[in-house]
Design a protein around this ligand. Structure first.
Ligand code: WQD
Length: 336
């Protein structure tokens, strides 16, 4: 049974990926410092798959802790989710973001090299494209100057991985996520924002649940059909499954170069108002919202060209926006 280390494995995307890895027969080890997740997710994963992943409460900023982990545990691959990811917060706390997201990555790669672990999947983001000049966005779209320290850590992270895999045996794949939403069909795991949600979908579901008074729609004067910004919302389980396909590609040595990049989205863009309409349709709930000014740093539109992921990876998103939003609502209703 192949052993896979999943860092950030108790987080939103990490936990859904652990479930899919276990479903596929992988032996999963999780490192998570619980800075943006809770320990009960471990039991939730176990209740879904009936296999309890081995869990290590390690902070990847501790080089010695990372060294110790790899000395004690032989793994066949690493899927690296653990990172701080709030765009706005990163503007206020740049040093924390660079330290956490970059140092952790460096220590991981150093210990992978020392311990001859060669398969690496990196959680990247469509944020690296900024506002792309052309839509849909292909992997060859120019990388624009980052709009936030968070986005910069993803750009720098990809460069560090590329440079490392060039001079070592490490084979790496960066998956550039578009907007992950929704929850596992069991509604036992899902998105657990701490405090006031920054992202659209948790704010929508919390408004529908009466936790938030009303949703603020950030801007209706964008150059889009209905004036609100467009994003590519992908079901988190579809996203999780993309990691399995990418991991197998590396394990089976089917990668075409030492560092590959894939856009992971649905290929379809939806505006904020379309998301609201879809949510109201599938849940029967009327959403209380108001249009306010644009949010600083937001781009007009982003949705993926998924040709390479479809053809090269043999992966395609299956869930519709309606299905993803309904799964998010089912999950929200389980929360206190
Ligand atoms: C989506 C749309 C908002 C909240 C960010 C990161 C990206 C990834 C996903 C980490 C935008 C609008 C939002 C609200 C709103 N994160 N909105 N009212 O900004 O596309 O992407 O999160 O990897 O890297 O950049 O996602 O969900 O914040 O916003 O109108 O209360 O919803 O303006 O158009 P975003 P989002």
């Amino acid at each position: 049974m192949k052993k896979i280390l999943v860092t950030g494995g108790l987080g939103f995307i990490g936990s859904h990926t652990v479930v899919e890895l276990q479903n596929e027969g992988f032996d999963v080890l999780i490192i998570d410092n619980l800075s943006n997740s809770t320990i009960d997710v471990l039991d939730k994963i176990t209740s879904i798959t009936t296999q309890k992943p081995k869990y290590f409460n390690i902070d990847l900023k501790s080089k010695s802790a990372v060294q110790h982990f790899f000395k004690e545990n032989k793994v066949d691959g690493v899927i690296h989710f653990a990172a701080s990811k709030a765009v706005g917060e990163s503007v206020e706390k740049p040093l924390e973001y660079y330290e956490n997201n970059i140092c952790s990555l460096i220590y991981l790669l150093q210990e992978m090299r020392t311990n001859k672990v060669v398969n690496f999947i990196f959680s990247s983001s469509c944020t690296v494209y900024g506002q792309a000049d052309e839509l849909p966005i292909t992997e060859n779209a120019p990388i624009k100057p980052a709009e936030s320290p968070y986005g910069n850590t993803k750009q720098i992270g990809e460069e560090i991985i590329k440079d490392t895999s060039k001079i070592s045996d490490i084979k790496a794949i960066a998956l550039r996520y578009f907007n992950p939403i929704g929850a596992h069909e069991s509604a036992k795991i899902g998105e657990l924002p701490i405090g006031v949600p920054q992202n659209l979908i948790p704010f929508v579901t919390q408004t529908a649940a009466g936790i938030r008074k009303e949703l603020a729609v950030f801007g209706s004067d964008y150059n889009t059909p209905d004036g609100t910004a467009i994003r590519d919302y992908i079901h988190v389980v579809d996203l999780a499954k993309a990691h399995i396909v990418a991991l197998r590609r590396l394990l089976e040595n089917n990668n075409k170069s030492f560092f590959e990049v894939f856009n992971i989205g649905t290929g379809k863009g939806n505006s904020v108002l379309e998301v609201i309409q879809s949510f109201e349709k599938v849940t029967g709930k009327k959403l209380n919202y108001k249009i306010v000014n644009r949010r600083e740093g937001d781009i007009t539109a982003a949705y993926a060209d998924t040709t390479i992921a479809n053809n090269e990876l043999g992966w395609k998103a299956k869930s519709t926006l309606d299905e993803a939003l309904l799964s998010a609502w089912k999950w929200q209703k389980t929360l206190k």
